[in-house]
Design a protein around this ligand. Structure first.
Ligand code: BG6
Ligand code: GLC
Ligand code: GLC
Length: 923
């Protein structure tokens, strides 16, 4: 066996040995001693195997590989960066679980200035044994009691205190302030805590106690506190090592390597929980009979086998077991034992530390042994010192192997040949056992020679670090509150939506009667949905949505469509009317040429998606432009005339414009061709609007009382009389003010694709100004109008998209953001689109209820034909609309049909009907 300490080792390797000189000479008893101590020797090869096996387990756990069960847990914390040094404020820190049976409360002041440290005030409380093994509630009540006892003598207010909770047991964290205990370790075994959120348990206890108003802001493992509290030095401190009652380490891992996190950037602190490392293959050979006995008699047999060789809770016990063994075999104390020596837990870590310390002198060892009821001779004292040294040296070496594994992992993760890193060390074993530290450091050098490691002892047991994390968590919590406040007005409740529905209903009635109303309720002269008898070839135009299209529609037993998209440059949409209509005719001519239709005068249906007062099917006076159009000299004109004039100007073509239809009507007709129950048309695209079949008797201004007529509601203008003021936010006001038609189309501006991105952008600007987003830095990009397209909402909210893709989308826009930012942006998008969908649903509910009542029906079954990019592309919009309608109009069974062919088909069908009727009148 390549035993450490044997001759011929390289320089530095002696760190792995411990003194053997002066052991009793060869005899039976000395053989027994040798045999005993030999068991605690670990060879370099064994340490290397442990290092390699632990590294393997760490990497397996990081990959999220569950089988075979990884030997370490690798628990991600929510700490994403080491301290900036700018954190400041006063914090209460509660430490539970690091140091034996005690609980510590600290008052930590962070100054925000590097190098300027205020000594924390602290108090330690002993946790009674019955509490450590009792009911969980009792433990947390005890903690709450200690907190107030400590705070009572501090000059602090009873309100608004922020607390960081250092809880040193394996926990699944799901947030900076949410952490579920996996299992107790060390000397704790309180009932009813495993599987529970320990932060909530503490909050509940503080509330039960009632003395102080304390906000538990963050929870951390002691290793994390140790790492985060490390003085900022030349090199980053990215590892926290604790050897106290138990042992463990944390380190900064590349987030992309932590499978459970779904993050591709930055780093995250991972708690290794190496205490549970249990690879029997590599640990088996180093486990002694004493380890087996200790494990067997412990609170958690079989668990934390690695920790039980290193942690301070166990070192004294291991020494005791060895001493008792040697005494029983007559090698120590003349074969005498004492009740103390034979009872569990009588030798503590402090005893071992003192006895092992060569400077302590024989007298001190003597005294300690005497206190245990033993009568040691001179050789006994020496042998006891050897035993202590052997147990501690092994602990330090094993700990070094584990730390070397973490360093190798850091090196792998960073893909670096050599690594310069600082390790913050904490815990009583590290702090008070100089030999432990030197053996640890020497062994690490040997096992990870490519790493240049500096060890930095933590100043105050990690309290400062816990406060650092708490400061960050408090800042994030404050940001969350601001985010919630900002988004609150977007979250509409049932009553608010029902009020929108009721107002809409009132406005519909007034509009139909010709009274002042923000709903114009424009008759369309479409009196019936298609009946399938329509036939012929038609041209159609589709103007006003995202795309301008020219179409050839062949209606036989089915419908065949050939179409082409043409662009309408913004300069044309907002130029002169003549220019716009000339451009349209140019596109038609081009289309006819390409389709071999030149010279034919097919009947033409014109989908014109703007509010028009129609006096017949082929006459529509543009009332006002909406959306991005603003061509001059068109408002107040008959659009069909404007088109005919342009045709005349172009001379070469003949066109027969038969019908002008709104896109809602085209969509209703198009879907109605497939489903005769389709009596509503809905658009949620660039703009939003709806039409439906109204009883003619209710429509003032159109002669006749029987039958129905399709009414173009122009609901985009709903609320232009101020009736939506209650719901309008300051962001809506900003979007409205910056639009080309301030004060107009207020409902549309809360719902449709042309505006949602802008609303989001204004909210993001606001949150940035509050410092909640993008670290408070305003970017030029975000100041740019329309930079945040509504399609981003659809992309960002897509369920299949991971947060990292959300970030990629925003980074493409030049918005560099953290994952916290990405999550908040997602929430903003959700709030804005949810409100849009709900408002739209309230509108549809008003329409279906009106139809139901018109017809005096108990229940109405009706279909809605829908079109528009927002409705079609957004992952949740359609289901939110449907859910709102179900809630607000429970007596209507509403089916939503997505229009696949666009409204051009509907315009052609309207044209077909008109042609058929015209023929009939001619006959
Ligand atoms: C199209 C219709 O499919 O949808 C158009 O053919 C309509 O008539 C449009 O205006 C609405 O959606 P968007 O998103 O293009 O405005
Ligand atoms: C135990 C705990 C771990 C802690 C360590 C040191 O191993 O499970 O969370 O960090 O002790 O206190
Ligand atoms: C705008 C128009 C309206 C159209 C809607 C959808 O609101 O005014 O006519 O139906 O956009 O495109």
């Amino acid at each position: 066996m390549d035993s450490i300490g044997s001759a011929g080792l390289r320089q530095g390797e002696e760190a792995l040995s411990y003194p053997e000189e002066g052991l009793p000479g060869p005899s039976d008893s000395s053989e027994l001693v040798q045999e005993c101590l030999q068991q605690f020797k670990v060879t370099r090869a064994q340490l290397q195997q442990i290092q390699a096996s632990l590294l393997g387990s760490m990497e397996q756990a990081l990959r999220g590989q569950a089988s075979p069960t990884p030997a370490v847990r690798m628990l991600p914390t929510y700490v994403g960066s080491t301290p900036h040094g700018t954190e400041q404020g006063d914090f209460v820190v509660l430490e539970l679980g690091a140091t034996g049976a005690s609980l510590r409360v600290l008052w930590v002041t962070l100054t925000g200035t590097e190098g300027h440290r205020v000594e924390p005030r602290s108090q330690e409380f002993v946790i009674p044994q019955e509490v450590m093994l009792g009911a969980g509630q009792q433990l947390f009540d005890f903690a709450a009691h200690c907190l107030s006892e400590f705070l009572d003598v501090q000059p602090v207010s009873k309100q608004g205190l922020q607390l960081g909770f250092s809880f040193s047991f394996p926990c699944h964290q799901t947030g900076l302030d949410r952490s579920t205990l996996i299992s107790w370790t060390k000397g704790f075994r309180c009932s009813g805590v495993e599987g529970q959120d320990v932060v909530q348990l503490l909050r509940d206890a503080i509330q039960r106690h009632g003395a102080y108003n304390i906000d538990v802001v963050a929870v951390v493992n002691d290793t994390v506190g140790t790492m985060m509290g490390c003085e900022l030095g030349a090199r980053p401190c990215e590892v926290g090592l604790v050897v106290d009652t138990g042992t463990n380490a944390c380190y900064m891992e590349e987030a992309r390597h932590v499978a459970v996190l779904d993050e591709d950037r930055g780093r995250v602190c991972v708690s290794v929980e190496w205490g549970s490392f249990s690879d029997a293959g590599v640990l088996g050979p180093v486990l002694t009979t004493f380890d087996h006995t200790l494990d067997h008699e412990s609170l958690n047999p079989g668990a934390q086998r690695f920790e039980k060789m290193i942690g301070g809770l166990y070192l004294g016990e291991l020494v005791r077991l060895v001493l008792a063994h040697l005494a029983r075999h007559g090698v120590l104390f003349g074969g005498g034992t004492s009740p103390a020596l034979l009872s569990r837990g009588s030798i503590l870590l402090e005893h071992v530390a003192e006895m092992e310390d060569p400077s302590a002198g024989a007298a001190r060892v003597h005294a300690i042994l005497q206190d245990l009821g033993l009568s040691p001779g001179a050789s006994d004292v020496e042998l006891v010192q050897h035993v202590c040294a052997a147990v501690c040296a092994r602990a330090a070496q094993l700990c070094a192997a584990a730390l070397a594994a973490v360093l190798s992992r850091l090196q792998h993760g960073r893909e670096q040949q050599t690594l310069q890193v600082a390790v913050a060390t904490g815990g009583r074993v590290c702090e008070r056992h100089p030999r432990f530290c030197s053996i640890l450091q020497g062994t690490v050098m040997l096992l990870a020679p490519e790493c240049d490691v500096s060890f930095i002892p933590s100043a105050d047991g990690g309290g400062q670090g816990v406060a650092m994390v708490t400061a960050v968590a408090a800042r994030l919590a404050a940001h969350r509150r601001l985010l919630e406040e900002t988004l609150a007005p977007f979250r509409l409740n049932h009553d608010q939506l029902a009020a929108v529905q009721a107002q809409m209903r009132k406005a519909m009635v007034k509009g139909l009667r010709g009274e002042a109303s923000s709903l114009r309720m424009l008759p369309t002269f479409v009196r019936a949905t298609p009946d399938g008898s329509e036939r012929g070839d038609f041209l159609a135009l589709d103007l006003g949505g995202t795309n301008f299209r020219v179409l050839l529609v062949r209606v036989t037993t089915g419908v065949q469509i050939t179409s082409q998209i043409y662009s309408i440059p913004e300069s044309v949409a907002q130029g002169s009317g003549q220019q716009l209509f000339d451009h349209i005719v140019d596109c038609i001519v081009d289309f006819q040429q390409k389709q071999g239709l030149s010279g034919q005068s097919l009947p033409l249906g014109f989908t014109f998606s703007f509010p028009c007062r129609q006096l017949g099917l082929d006459q529509g006076i543009l009332l006002n432009w909406t959306k991005g159009f603003n061509a001059s000299d068109c408002e107040g004109q008959d659009v069909v005339n404007l088109l005919r004039e342009a045709i005349t100007r172009r001379q070469a073509v003949e066109l027969n414009v038969v019908a002008i239809v709104n896109d809602t009507v085209g969509t209703m007709m198009s879907c109605g061709y497939e489903d005769p129950r389709c009596e509503i048309g809905l658009i949620v695209g660039t703009g939003t609007n709806a039409c439906y079949m109204e009883e003619l008797r209710n429509v003032v201004g159109v002669p006749g009382d029987s039958g129905r007529m399709c009414i173009n509601m122009e609901w985009g203008a709903f609320g232009d009389d101020g009736s939506l003021a209650m719901l309008s936010t300051c962001f809506d006001a900003s979007v409205d003010q910056a639009s080309i038609n301030p004060g107009k189309q207020r409902f549309e501006k809360m719902i449709s694709g042309m505006y949602l991105g802008e609303i989001v952008r204004h909210i993001l600007l606001h949150l940035t100004s509050l410092g909640v987003l993008f670290r408070g830095q305003q970017t030029q990009c975000l100041q740019t109008r329309d930079i945040f397209k509504t399609k981003f909402l659809s992309e960002i909210e897509s369920d299949s998209l991971a947060l990292r893709q959300v970030r990629a989308i925003l980074e493409d826009l030049g918005l560099p953001l953290t994952s916290d930012d990405a999550l908040m942006v997602l929430e903003v998008c959700q709030a804005v689109s949810q409100r849009a969908a709900q408002l739209c649903g309230a509108g549809v509910a008003a329409v279906v209820e009106k139809i139901r009542e018109n017809r005096g029906l108990e229940e109405l079954a009706v279909s809605v034909g829908v079109d528009g990019t927002l409705y079609k592309l957004h992952p949740h919009f359609s289901s939110l609309v449907a859910a709102t309608v179900r809630e607000l109009a429970p007596r209507c069974v509403v089916t939503f049909l997505q229009s696949e062919d666009g409204s051009g088909k509907g315009a052609a069908l309207v044209t077909a009907v008109a042609c058929r009727l015209a023929q009939l009148t001619r006959v």
